[in-house]
Design a protein around this ligand. Structure first.
Ligand SMILES: C[S@@+](CC[C@H](N)C(=O)[O-])C[C@H]1O[C@@H](n2cnc3c(N)ncnc32)[C@H](O)[C@@H]1O
Length: 294
């Protein structure tokens, strides 16, 4: 099967799985199964519980991992809910590769990006209620500005929120292209030219984070993960933006200060030059690892 997604920091993650001789691993962000496949192929005594909240991508993971039958079990669930059910000290590693997959941008038709004109949805779990359409068309100007600022550090959050509300007066904002075009009107032609990325990118990130409650979930997932690993076990987290990384950094520091854990990565690991060249999407990835000592 051809995957949409290229897994990041695969070798770096696997080096910890090997070094700490992990036998049972929970992959909280299975996606199409890129990391899981690599770990299973390279460590024959490893068993994985693969979790993903998106049923569509999980079908792809099952196809991708069909040869590993018996060494992986699949759980279509939000990771915070799944981890909450797991017994204390039952796993050797809990692994996170946060955010969304290239599949979501390129193959899901749910409006995560704006290169195609898609319905505004952005739900990772399609049985949940809140959609990007609800946020964009239903939130007050103040609330829109707040989430855009808090979840993307976008300096123009107030102006963007005002533009969205202005556009809404003409009719509902239904598609990703319509939203991207509305956001761009908050920027001058000079700002648009000067920006290294599309100026709508940050707003899309913020709305996605709101729809899926990504940061709230991350906090409870980390609490559960630290409880679920046994002595000698590790929690590994790959994050992709500073909001996520900050949460991981402080939760790990707090755990280490409590005395039962040691931080393995004093500084987060990032992609090598070779990986950056072959997969530019790895540029913002940061890997942090903590280990339970008692
Ligand atoms: C970056 S992708 C994972 C890619 C995967 N590691 C690979 O190598 O193919 C993140 C995945 O996590 C899922 N996801 C995001 N937040 C989640 C959460 N809180 N619980 C469960 N799954 C989540 C998304 O649906 C997506 O498939």
């Amino acid at each position: 099967m051809q995957s949409y997604h290229t897994s990041v920091l695969k070798d770096e993650c696997f080096s910890f799985v090997k070094r700490f001789d992990v036998r049972r691993l929970v992959d909280c962000n299975l996606g199409e199964g890129g990391h899981a496949k690599y770990f299973l192929e390279n460590k024959p005594d490893l068993f994985i519980t693969g979790i993903d909240c998106d049923a569509g991508i999980m079908d792809r993971a099952k196809e991708n991992l069909c040869e590993q039958d018996g060494r992986i079990c699949f759980l279509n669930s939000w990771a915070d809910a799944a981890l909450a059910e797991m017994p204390d000290e039952s796993e050797g590693c809990v692994f996170f590769d946060l955010g969304i997959s290239m599949y979501h941008y390129k193959g899901s038709d749910r409006g995560f990006g704006f290169s195609k004109d898609e319905r505004l949805d952005m739900r990772l779990c399609e049985s949940d209620f809140l959609t990007a359409y609800d946020v964009v068309n239903g939130y007050s100007e103040k609330d829109l500005a707040k989430i855009i600022f808090e979840y993307s550090d976008e300096r123009k959050s107030r102006r963007i929120a005002a533009k969205i509300v202005e556009e809404r007066k003409k009719g509902r904002i239904c598609t990703s292209k319509q939203l991207a075009e509305t956001v761009r009107t908050a920027f001058s032609p000079f700002e648009i030219r000067k920006s290294g990325i599309d100026v709508a990118t940050k707003t899309f990130q913020a709305i996605r984070i709101e729809v899926n409650n990504e940061l709230g979930r991350l906090k409870s997932e980390l609490d559960c993960a630290l409880r679920v690993i046994g002595k000698g076990g590790i929690v590994m987290v790959i994050s992709f933006h500073s909001l996520e990384d900050r949460i991981v950094k402080y939760r790990f520091r707090q755990a280490a200060a409590d005395g039962c854990y040691e931080i393995i990565t004093k500084k987060p690991l990032t992609a090598s030059d070779a990986e950056l060249e072959s997969n530019p999407a790895s540029r913002s990835a940061k890997l942090r690892v903590i280990r339970r000592t008692i």
